[in-house]
Design a protein around this ligand. Structure first.
Ligand code: UD1
Length: 421
């Protein structure tokens, strides 16, 4: 397995182009199942997760072609030839469950293996299932699979989620576009990826109101058509690279970055004396006076501070002046980067879902191990700031979510390289 080697301690300067959002793409791709006409996505990130989703869709009968070095993905689901999403593919990626809503809506049946994905807590799919049941789906859990049918077709319903779930909102939203009648999704997720999905579905002919708010209303239609859609910028990649110059010093312009995608992070960075400025091409980030101030962070659904940036901000706070706290409210078991950061000299105490971080003057390079996608990039950020050499192993996690990370960072002066197996 590849590793990433870093020699830290250098400020970073330059610009980084932000790719299309992995998580938006993971719901836009299954939307191709809703129509027999072509759906073309542009600004597609070149990531392992996209390949996995493509393989899953192809196994269901979708024809897919990557164009422009993988930046454009043309998909056509003229015939759905298979209704089973097999364990072999689904176990690699939890977002595979997002084929369930579209398949049920168009075909009236689907069989999807229960998902795997990052090991960050139990991560059930009950909300996806109860949402679809409300719309008339009949579900049975057998042999590790969800066996779903909608004998009379899906029907519009009021689906009120007890907690905010990005994936469950996406599954129900996609299913509702082809249901009979009106669906109202209450306590819907407000993540930019939901608004992006709704924009694409609307271009395909869906009637959707309120995406990006707590309540989404969908008027079902008989059929959807094809469309071409540009994937929204990846706010987690954006936030990660905003934290890079904050932790190393220097100044980086994030090309394609938009304030509205990362308002909660900007608020925290400004409070820590990190400057975030608008430029013609995006955002520019630099440390104001060399000192990072401690802070309190609580992860929340959008527009709150994203759980997917929690590990990265923790890397920054290991070097802050004073004591910081991070409350992780979305996923239990998402502090697996803590012992690895500690190997680099960080002082972090974890009690339940709260981490207390006492800033240290320096981190020291060390061999560390990536445990999940966001944890792995937090170790890279820490390695860039640390004195000496850091080697991050198990970087396949990283390749699921970050495109050409070593190229993007070395273009800004980082000494970072991939060490092939
Ligand atoms: C998505 C993102 C992931 C991000 C997460 C939270 C994708 C592909 N992944 O994941 O990167 O970390 O949002 O912003 O977009 N829950 C249930 N039952 C369910 C579904 C969820 O209890 O049926 C719980 C989860 O365990 C978690 C919380 O709800 O505690 C939020 O999870 P959810 O928003 O569904 O996350 P994902 O859509 O899986």
């Amino acid at each position: 397995m590849d590793r990433i080697g870093i020699t830290g301690g250098r400020p970073l300067n330059g610009s980084i182009e932000i790719s299309g959002a992995k998580n938006a793409c993971l719901t836009l791709m299954p939307a191709a199942l809703l129509t027999d006409e072509p759906l073309t996505l542009t600004n597609v990130p070149r990531l392992a997760d996209m390949k996995t989703m493509r393989a899953l869709l192809e196994s269901l009968g979708v024809e897919a072609a990557a164009l422009q070095q993988g930046r454009v993905l043309a998909m056509g689901a003229e015939d759905i030839t298979n209704h089973v999403a097999h364990y072999d593919i689904v176990r690699k990626m939890r977002a595979s469950i997002l084929v369930l809503g579209p398949m049920l809506a168009r075909e009236g049946r689907a069989q999807v293996s229960l998902p795997g994905g990052c090991a960050i807590g139990a991560r059930p799919v009950d909300l996806h299932l109860t949402g679809l049941e409300k719309m008339g789906a009949e579900l049975e859990l057998r042999d590790g699979y969800v066996h779903a049918t909608a004998p009379g077709g899906l029907k519009g319903a009021v689906v009120e989620f007890p907690i905010v779930s990005v994936g469950a909102t996406e599954n129900v939203l996609m299913a509702a576009t082809l249901a009979k009648g009106t669906t109202v999704i209450r306590n819907a997720a407000r993540e930019p990826e939901i608004a992006d999905l709704a924009k694409c579905l609307t271009a395909m002919g869906a009637k959707i109101d309120g995406a990006g708010t707590h309540e989404i209303t969908v008027e079902g239609t008989d059929r959807l058509g094809g469309a071409t859609h540009r994937v929204v910028a990846d706010r987690i990649e954006l936030g990660t690279y905003m934290i890079a110059p904050a932790i190393t010093g220097g100044e980086i312009e994030l090309v394609g970055g938009e304030r509205g995608l990362v308002t909660a992070l900007i608020e925290k960075l400004e409070g820590a004396d990190i400057a975030v400025e608008d430029t013609e091409r995006g955002l520019k980030v630099r440390r104001r006076n060399g000192v990072i101030h401690a802070m309190e962070v609580t992860t929340e659904p959008f527009p709150g501070f994203p759980t997917d940036l929690q590990a990265q901000i923790m890397a920054l706070l290991t070097l802050a002046q004073g004591v910081s706290t991070i409350d992780e409210h979305i996923f239990e078991n998402r502090f697996m980067h803590v012992p690895e950061l500690a190997r680099m000299g960080a002082h972090i105490d974890v009690h339940g879902g709260t981490a207390k971080i006492t800033g240290v003057e320096k981190l020291r390079g060390a061999p560390v191990m990536a445990t999940d996608l966001r944890a792995s990039v937090s170790l890279i950020l820490a390695g860039l700031a640390a004195e000496g050499d850091t080697v991050v192993s198990r970087v396949y996690h990283l390749d699921r979510g970050y495109e050409r990370v070593e190229e993007k960072l070395s273009a800004c002066g980082a000494r970072i390289e991939r060490i092939p197996d």
